[in-house]
Design a protein around this ligand. Structure first.
Ligand code: ZN
Length: 286
C-alpha cells in the first residue's frame, strides 16, 4: 500500500482524500473485454493472472466473452472460476465475432445482420455456459445504433454496456439527447448510463457503461499511470454514482502492468464511499 502514495502526485492524493470524506456512495465495477481473443495458450495466462488478482483482493470482475472466438478450454476455465467464486465473477457477451465491419462490429449495419450476429452469439453463450451466462451485452468499440439496443432488449439482455464520459461536453450532449429521447444525435450515440430514462427510451434493460479506460495505447500495450487513472476516477465521482473501469486482459502481459491494477484496487479499497459490484447486480439510479 505504501508504494501507492509514492506514485501519486500531491494534488491527486488531496482530491481523492477529499472525495473519500465527503462523497456519496459510489458503485464501482470492472469490465474485462475480449475474452477469447488473441491468445496463444489454451487459456490466456494474462486472463488467469488478472482474474486471480481480483479474487485475491475479493473484488468482483466481469468477463465479456467473444462467443465466436472463445475456445472450450477458456469456457471450462470460466465455469470453474465462476463456480468457485460465484459472487466475484460475472460472464457476459462481447459482440459476436469482434470483426470491425467499418463502424465497429454493429454500427451502421442493417437490422437483420445485427440480429443474426447477436442472436447466434447469445445461443453460443447459452450452450457453452448454461446458467453461468449472465445476460449483459458489452458492445465492441462502443459503436452501435438504435437497432443494436432494440435487438438486445428483445433478446432479453438485462444490461447493455457501452461507454460514457464525465467531461462537460459529453454530459451536455447526453443530457440533451436524453431529454429529446434520442439514441443517436449526429453521428454519436447518446448514453443513458445508469439512469431510469433508458426505460423511457423504450427499453426494459439498463445501460451500465464504462467510464475509465486504464489503457493508454492498445497498439503499444501501454497502461496509464495510476495518477492519471485516479484523476479520471475523481472526475467520474463528481458526476456518476456508478463508475465502470474497462480492462483488456491481453494488455497485461508484464508484472509491472498488473502492479498498476493492484495499486488501483488497493486504493479503491481504502475509499470509504466505494462499494464494488458486478455489472448485473444492482439497480439503476433515477
Ligand atoms: Zn473488444
Amino acid at each position: 500500500m505504501k508504494n501507492i502514495l509514492g506514485r501519486l502526485s500531491p494534488s491527486s492524493i488531496m482530491n481523492c482524500t477529499l472525495k473519500k470524506q465527503t462523497a456519496e456512495k459510489k458503485i464501482v465495477f470492472f469490465r474485462n473485454d475480449d475474452v477469447g481473443l488473441y491468445s496463444k495458450e489454451p487459456v490466456a495466462k494474462e486472463l488467469i493472472n488478472l482474474t486471480n488478482l481480483f479474487i485475491e483482493l475479493e473484488i468482483p470482475i466481469c468477463h465479456a466473452v467473444v462467443p465466436k472466438e472463445v475456445n472450450m478450454e477458456t469456457v471450462q476455465w470460466l465455469k470453474e472460476v465462476k463456480s468457485n467464486h460465484p459472487d466475484l465473477i460475472s460472464i457476459g457477451q462481447h459482440g459476436y465475432s469482434h470483426i470491425n465491419h467499418g463502424k465497429g462490429e454493429f454500427g451502421g449495419r442493417n437490422y437483420q445482420y445485427q440480429k443474426s450476429d447477436i442472436e447466434t452469439g447469445m445461443h453460443l453463450m447459452q450452450e457453452y455456459l448454461k446458467s453461468d451466462f449472465s445476460y449483459w451485452f458489452a458492445v465492441p468499440w462502443v459503436r452501435y445504433d438504435r437497432c443494436t439496443k432494440e435487438i438486445c432488449d428483445k433478446l432479453r439482455f438485462k444490461v447493455f454496456s457501452g461507454g460514457v464520459s464525465p467531461v462537460w461536453y459529453a454530459r451536455l450532449f447526453n443530457s440533451v439527447g436524453r431529454s429529446l429521447n434520442l439514441n443517436v444525435m449526429g453521428f454519436k450515440v447518446v448514453s443513458y448510463h445508469s439512469t431510469n430514462s433508458f426505460a423511457q427510451n423504450g427499453f426494459s434493460m439498463t445501460e451500465i457503461s464504462v467510464a475509465v479506460d486504464i489503457v493508454e495505447d492498445y497498439k503499444l500495450k501501454q497502461i496509464k499511470s495510476l495518477d492519471r487513472i485516479l484523476k479520471r476516477f475523481c472526475q467520474c465521482q463528481k458526476h456518476f454514482s456508478v463508475i465502470g473501469f474497462m480492462l483488456h486482459h491481453w494488455v497485461f502481459d508484464a508484472e509491472e502492468k498488473l502492479e498498476i491494477v493492484r495499486n488501483l484496487l488497493y486504493h479503491l479499497k481504502t475509499c470509504e464511499n466505494v462499494s464494488f459490484s458486478l455489472i448485473d447486480k444492482f439497480e439503476p439510479h433515477g
